[in-house]
Design a protein around this ligand. Sequence first.
Ligand code: SF4
Ligand code: SF4
Length: 178
Amino acid sequence: MAVPGKGLIDGLKVTAKTLGRRSVTEQYPDVQPELPPRTRGVIALMEENCTSCMLCARECPSWCIYIDSHTETAPSVGEQARERSRNVLDRFAIDFSLCMYCGICIEACPFDALFWSPEFEYAETELRNLTHEKDRLRDWMWTVPAPQPIDPGPSVIEADPAQAGPAQEGQAEPGGEE
Ligand code: SF4
Ligand code: SF4
């Protein structure tokens, strides 16, 4: 037979148990979360550095980078000099509905034209709006934080020669004859 008020007492017990615990709930969007410095939010394009080399698009495992460019010829500078040609970027777009945030494009770019920005508030109700064209990708550059200092890495432990055992038979001494 059900005891009257048992449910209420059980509920109050749970409340009492959790009352002293630290809350893990983030009050987003009223309070912005504190993200780690190397957060992968969105990819920003430094258009001025891009040479339309296509390396990022070729390396992208999701095939979600779209690049169009054309070649322009610049007039020669001196009498003996040849005409020069350069690539002009017509389109650079990333489809973030396909992107898996692996960072390969950023690693592959030899001209430092792609960067991670921690911005993540670009959800859309239309899937096609997740394709960011070059102007929007350029605007993300304003949200890219300054580079983090290089990690010092593990400290090098010097080997103690007294602790090292004798060389095994058949094992070459370092610097010895083979
Ligand atoms: S992060 Fe990865 S999946 Fe996204 S565009 Fe770059 S290479 Fe492609
Ligand atoms: S790899 Fe870099 S320079 Fe080459 S097309 Fe991509 S963003 Fe531009």
